[in-house]
Design a protein around this ligand. Structure first.
Ligand SMILES: [Zn+2]
Length: 88
């Protein structure tokens, strides 16, 4: 059974923090706790209009790679979040 992860707003800072959780080696990112090789799944990011107070958008969803440790984190089944962009 996978887990559902709700990232909330996906900012550049958050995406940098995802990578900083892990240690870069020659063959890719490793988990600092168990040394497993980090895997990636897809984070489904809904695009919302910045001008609206509520979370509303045109239904666009972007795919962003989300790194996780298969040993410590398990396999995330559904990773989702959102970003806010100008409507224009
Ligand atoms: Zn781990």
């Amino acid at each position: 059974m996978g887990t559902k992860i709700d990232i909330g707003e996906v900012t550049e800072l958050k995406r940098m923090e995802w990578e900083k959780r892990f240690i870069m080696k020659d063959d890719g990112f490793h988990c600092p706790k168990c040394d497993s090789i980090i895997q990636q799944t897809t984070c489904y990011v809904s695009v919302y209009f910045r001008e609206f107070r509520e979370l509303a958008g045109g239904g666009e969803v972007r795919h962003v790679p989300y790194p996780y440790c298969p040993n410590c984190d398990g396999k995330p089944e559904n990773v989702s979040g959102y970003i806010k962009e100008p409507y224009i």
